[in-house]
Write a protein that binds this ligand. Structure first.
Ligand code: DC
Length: 234
């Protein structure tokens, strides 16, 4: 039997650039399952924080990651990640997790474990995966690679609204912006698979764009046969 090659849409960019909203919508339009790879790094961070692990100690973080079992399952249009039998929900979206996630993400063993989880997800079928190293390290050979950006002000404003709407933080816009820029700095300067714009990716600066416009831009840049029947495609 001929097996069809699984298709992957890869989306990278800094915090608050709109990767999640865009990927969810493009996933709905194309039927590709949405994968939020940041959730995996956040789960590793949660396990460190809950376990009292010093996140500035890479060996301790690597040991905690080796003990952490993450399961995946399909939930509607996305892949959900479970730890200790449940989805951690907003427990991985707090300012405390935001503050430590970049340091946990810089540890090589953590990245190796998560990269192998992400590659194994192709068993679910076509996927749209968002993160920081999806276009450069996890799925560098896929023909659909995007780099989403926006100004720091726009990104901070979005994140602050999201956190306030969910009731998980009362940080000011300036505090949210400082925390986000510090994460970007660590994510972009780490040794192992840093956030960077790869050659050949489609770059979209969403600062002055609506979500509908960003989604349409992504759909328009997909290989034509991938968007056959896609809703919202131009
Ligand atoms: O996208 P996010 O804010 O949920 O990501 C949380 C952290 O994980 C952030 O510090 C960047 C890191 N991350 C990463 O290093 N590589 C990925 N593919 C996804 C996220």
């Amino acid at each position: 039997m001929m097996e069809r090659q699984v298709r992957v849409i890869a989306v990278d960019g800094p915090s608050g650039a709109g990767k999640s909203s865009t990927s969810r919508r493009v996933g709905e339009a194309t039927g590709f399952l949405h994968v939020d790879s940041g959730a995996l790094y956040r789960i590793m961070t949660l396990k460190c924080v809950e376990g009292g692990v010093d996140v500035s100690d890479p060996a301790a973080v690597a040991a905690a990651a080796a003990r952490t079992e993450i399961e995946s399952r399909r939930e509607g249009g996305r892949i959900a990640f479970l730890v200790d039998g449940e989805e951690p929900g907003d427990r991985i979206r707090t300012p405390a997790i935001n503050a430590s996630a970049s340091r946990v993400s810089a540890v090589r063993e953590v990245r190796e474990k998560i990269t192998s989880i992400l590659r194994s997800l192709a068993e679910y079928g076509d996927i749209i995966v968002e993160g920081r190293d999806i276009t450069t390290a996890v799925f560098p050979d896929t023909p659909a690679r995007f780099f989403l950006t926006a100004s720091p002000e726009a990104r901070a404003a979005r994140r602050q609204k999201e956190e306030a709407d969910k009731g998980i933080s009362t940080q000011s816009r300036e505090e949210v912006k400082a925390s986000l820029l510090e994460r970007d700095r660590i994510d972009s300067t780490r040794k192992c698979a840093p956030l960077r714009k790869a050659d050949g990716v489609v770059e979209i600066d969403s600062t002055g764009m609506t979500l509908d416009e960003v989604v349409a831009a992504v759909l328009a840049a997909l290989p034509p046969e991938w968007r056959a029947g896609a809703r919202g495609a131009k």
